[in-house]
Design a protein around this ligand. Structure first.
Ligand code: ATP
Length: 200
């Protein structure tokens, strides 16, 4: 690795479900174990035995979370089985303060939301080689029902339309051959390609 300073700007990685984000990120984290940090999410659910506040989650009341969301303190939030979960802007800043690059694997709404903040993030979109390949990956993964696959493919169309607009992302990587896509991601994050040199 060169001595060039790597920007600590958060990197937002988005793309349709099944396009390979988790696969690429898992590899990135394994290859660079000390470079990246994760933002600690908030939740209104009770801590499970052994879970620590501020480590596993920021455990907060529903009242606190509702107020903070109304106050635009959150990038994204959602409700699952009666509990609220979300990522706050401060949680991302905490990662930066710790001299780590925060990677945010979020959806299109999350991307738009990050753009409204002062996080000065870089935006990477992971695209499938084709809609057919995306469908095949979702089916092969074997984690979704037919209904869920259809929903994901429908959402993918909107995400691809959004990504087709110049300027919405700083870097678009087509995840066809995994090895090639991984190299492009790594090069972009570590500023070894032209696009990142311009945007950092
Ligand atoms: N370049 C590739 N070629 C073929 N298959 C791939 C490639 N990249 C990932 N896959 C496979 O595609 C499937 C979907 O990948 P993955 O789970 O990483 O997607 P994701 O974008 O993280 O999805 P989600 O948003 O739903 O979490 C996995 O089974 C993975 O092994």
């Amino acid at each position: 690795m060169s001595t060039q300073t790597i920007p600590k700007r958060p990197v937002v990685v988005s793309g349709p479900s099944g396009t390979g984000k988790s696969t690429l990120l898992k590899r990135l984290f394994a290859a660079h174990p000390d470079t990246f940090g994760f933002s600690v999410s908030h939740t209104t659910r009770m801590p499970r035995p052994g879970e620590k506040d501020g480590i596993n989650y920021h455990f907060v009341t529903r009242e606190h979370m509702v107020k903070a969301i109304a106050n635009h303190e959150f990038i994204e939030s959602a409700e699952f089985s009666g509990n609220m979960y979300g990522t706050s802007i401060k949680a991302v800043k905490d990662v930066m303060d710790n001299s780590k690059i925060c990677i945010l694997d979020i959806d299109m709404q999350g991307v738009k939301s990050v753009k409204q903040t002062d996080l000065n993030a870089r935006f990477v979109f992971i695209a499938p080689p084709s809609p057919e390949a995306l469908e095949e990956r979702l089916r092969k993964r074997g984690t979704e029902t037919e209904e869920s696959i259809q929903l994901r493919l429908q959402t993918a169309r909107d995400e691809l339309d959004y990504a087709a607009v110049t300027g919405n992302h700083d870097k678009i990587i087509i995840n066809d051959v995994l090895e090639d896509a991984y190299r492009q991601l790594e090069d972009y994050i570590f500023c070894k390609d032209a696009a990142s040199a311009l945007s950092s």
